[in-house]
Design a protein around this ligand. Sequence first.
Ligand code: NAP
Length: 295
Amino acid sequence: MAQQQIVVSVLGCGIMGSAIARRSQHMGLHTIAWDRNFERARKVGEGVEPVEHLLGAVNKADVVVTMLADAGAVLSVMDEHRGIDAMKEGAAWVQMATIGLRGIMKAEQIALQRSDVVFVDAPVSGTKGPAEHGQLVILASGDESKVPQAVHALFRAIGQRTVWFGPVGRGTRMKLVMNAWLAALMEGLAETLTVADSLDISAQEFEQVIAGGPLAPAWAIAKLHKIEAGETKDTEFPLKWADKDVHLALDAVKETKPRSLPELESIAEAWDRAVAQGLGDYDASAAYLALQTSR
Ligand code: NAP
């Protein structure tokens, strides 16, 4: 008997949702795309099925992926607009956006309204390129023993690795740790290149000295190239979401084991200003641009 094709529905056709949908389709999963702006869903890519109405996108899926901007967007779609009610019996809701501790707890509460639905907290490490090429690292948490095969198939399609961390919330915790690290690297690079510029040392000269050594993480070098090429408008990870994630990490520390985090706090202030200046939709590497107009 022919095996039934797995149906994945990706809610949110922004940078990451579109890339995940394209990869999922490319790897043989029937993939539906939904966005509140239907034009975006229509443009995701050949073979991906755009569906205009939320409930129609959700009710066919074995796996519903939420890859929306923030906790507010995820809760609006799944709770206020009742995406949760439309899910098929036995389907899984895989929450992949970065929504913080409170956000993931609220999402879990919504999922619990459906005892026949499996909820997986699965934020991802990696950006647009890795998503397109199946190279994401999936930071999964939830009851692994109940996770349907369709979820594993999706994770194999879009990820190079899935790491399971235990109960719901642990994946989100790890994601906040990862993005605190990323923010420190980003602002550190932006300020280092600004020091270099003041001292008439080019980014290229600096790179030559650190290349291949322990002071040259590949991610930071890629961002250095982006800054050097003047391509910070070519967005992989929007500065506004990097800023959101710094705030989510600070909030999470406040709510769990409060301590002062001078660097993250000052990054949050600097990036809030950069977003207010209109750099929020630029890539996170625009943290460098923000410094060029600061005094
Ligand atoms: P994005 O390009 O800005 O896309 C955001 C999506 O959310 C869009 O589809 C947008 O819809 C939708 N949305 C926003 N508010 C909404 C609302 N109230 N109701 C319904 N839909 C709403 O963002 P992204 O870069 O794909 O990131 C998505 C999430 O993944 C964020 O939490 C981000 O922090 C996280 N993340 C991003 C990266 C990355 O490298 N970009 C990597 C890992 C994790 P419209 O099309 O209508 O605006």
